[in-house]
Write a protein that binds this ligand. Structure first.
Ligand code: GLN
Length: 199
């Protein structure tokens, strides 16, 4: 059985760090720069970076429609930091949240915190870099962790979005969450192709 193929949006930001984590976990990865990179993906990472630059790159490449189609088809997604912003109502509109950019203030450019995230197996060391928080969210959104009462990790369906950078601390549980779901999806697709016969 082939490993799931995970696309990593590579318009701008720290996509290479995500590629390294995913490959260490046994995934096949593909950097996504144009719509032709999207076909056949089993999962997607939207990395941290600068959401304004990412927004204009997505526009320039005509990626918004194909990314929305991919995610609306049920493909699991992990968005981190600027990736969380890209998923919100004002950007790709895939998560029922409103992100506030640089929410921790300009002076507090970066900090680390221990989060309690029972949904992902408990305590987690998180690195925040000019991070957003979730200012508002709909009822279907599950809050997985907070800092000072503000959501910094949320899940809605197959989308997991966090305000921090798991790829920096060597924290792999979020990528494992994505891979587990992508693997399931990949197996379902191949079962369908084989007329329901498992390989
Ligand atoms: N401050 C950035 C933005 O608003 C996000 C920072 C990050 O991804 N580390 O886009």
């Amino acid at each position: 059985m082939a490993p799931p193929v995970i696309g990593v949006l590579a318009i701008q930001g720290d996509f290479e760090a995500h590629v390294r984590v995913l490959e260490r976990l046994g995934a096949e990865t593909r950097t996504v720069r144009t719509p032709k990179d999207i076909g056949g993906l089993d999962g997607l990472v939207i990395p941290g970076g600068e959401s304004t630059t990412m927004t204009s790159g997505i526009q320039r490449e005509g990626l918004a429609g194909p990314l929305r189609d991919l995610v609306r088809a049920g493909t699991p997604v992990l968005g981190t930091c600027a990736g969380l912003i890209m998923l919100d109502r004002s950007h790709l509109g895939l998560l029922d949240i409103e992100a506030e950019r640089n929410a921790f203030g300009r002076q507090v450019r970066s900090f680390e915190a221990d989060l309690d995230m029972p949904a992902l197996g408990g305590a987690l060391r998180a690195v925040f870099i000019r991070a957003p928080w979730v200012a508002e969210h709909g009822e279907g959104v599950e809050v997985l962790a907070e800092v000072d009462g503000h959501p910094v990790a949320v899940r809605e369906g197959e989308i997991l979005a966090v305000a921090f950078h798991p790829e920096i601390e060597g924290e792999t549980r979020l990528h494992e969450w994505l891979l587990e779901r992508a693997g399931r999806r990949c197996r379902q697709a191949s079962d369908t192709k084989n007329g329901g016969q498992a390989e």
